[in-house]
Design a protein around this ligand. Structure first.
Ligand SMILES: NC(=O)c1ccc[n+]([C@@H]2O[C@H](COP(=O)([O-])OP(=O)(O)OC[C@H]3O[C@@H](n4cnc5c(N)ncnc54)[C@H](O)[C@@H]3O)[C@@H](O)[C@H]2O)c1
Length: 262
């Protein structure tokens, strides 16, 4: 039994956030949710409804936390591949920059100002997408970024931001390149149609257990990049060795377990 910790989870009302809140609460941790909408499963006094750009609210929510799990983000490109004019817009300036670039800066600044010792940042396998497309797998934490598109570029920034705050401010930071935890039936159908997608599938249960392990693990390195997926079906795509070594976590599920739990 680990000591209960106070944990701030941003993006707590989202697909992965709800799974993380559920797992942490089941393990007895004191969870505070932070999202622009109420977090299911948390009482109103522990479900902060605010945006990442509300610096005062963010700092109030982070006060006393032993760990921040930062999930809040715009979770993909609005459109990729690009359409033809006039339907060739993107969401970079309108959503990706405020939510995925400025927002994480405020999260890391809150951690620095309040002395939060540990932050776990949700990155994505889309930062190494180019390796997967050229058949270079399994990818490792050392694989250089080959981002898929603009959303993935913001996650490359997120990883760099975490590394800087670890080195310059002594915060223990883990950036996890997450596999695909589908948010709706359309995404489940997409995963069903591709072997690569099935191999990088991440079940809500494995996601919850991964982040709980990241909260509870002792002796983390100052900064680490890890991967999190469920067990592969066809071929190993993401090398989970370092994740297992650092956190003592291993996935339990395999596609399609949990894929339709929205
Ligand atoms: N689901 C996946 O397959 C997957 C894969 C790789 C990485 N990720 C990353 O994991 C994280 C969680 O993804 P998800 O699938 O749960 O996404 P989601 O869209 O289901 O949840 C994101 C949550 O963040 C909240 N949010 C967004 N912007 C916010 C802001 N500015 N302030 C406060 N709250 C805000 C949303 O309201 C939402 O509840 C994201 O960072 C995403 O980029 C997800």
């Amino acid at each position: 039994m680990t000591t209960p910790q106070r944990v701030l989870v941003t993006g707590s009302a989202g697909r992965i956030g709800r799974a993380v809140v559920k797992e942490l609460a089941a393990r007895g941790h004191g969870v505070v949710g932070y999202d622009v909408r109420p977090t299911p499963g948390l009482p109103p006094d522990r479900s902060v409804v605010a945006g990442l750009l509300d610096v005062d609210a963010l700092r109030r929510a982070a006060a006393g936390a032993a760990c921040v799990i930062h999930l809040a983000a715009t979770p993909d490109d609005a459109q990729f591949p690009r359409g033809n004019p006039p339907d060739d817009g993107d969401n970079f300036v309108s959503e990706l920059v405020p939510n995925n670039v400025v927002g994480p800066y405020h999260v890391m600044e809150a951690a620095r100002a309040l002395g939060v010792p540990r932050v776990v940042l949700a990155s994505t396998g889309q930062v190494i997408d180019g390796h997967l497309r050229t058949g270079h797998f399994p990818v490792t934490p050392d694989s250089p970024p080959r981002p898929r598109y603009l959303y993935a570029c913001t996650k490359v920034f997120l990883e760099a931001l975490g590394q800087v705050y670890a080195r310059q401010h002594g915060i223990t930071v883990m950036a996890v390149r997450l596999g695909w935890c589908p948010r709706d039936a359309g995404q489940v159908a997409e995963i069903a149609g591709g072997e690569l997608f099935q191999d990088v599938f991440l079940s809500p249960g494995d996601a919850g257990r991964f982040f709980a392990a990241a909260v509870e693990a002792a002796g983390l390195p100052p900064f680490a990049v890890t991967y999190a997926t469920s067990r592969y079906v066809h071929q190993l795509r993401y090398d989970l060795g370092e994740t297992q070594q650092i956190l003592g976590w291993a996935p339990q599920d395999r596609w399609p377990t949990g894929s339709s739990e929205f």
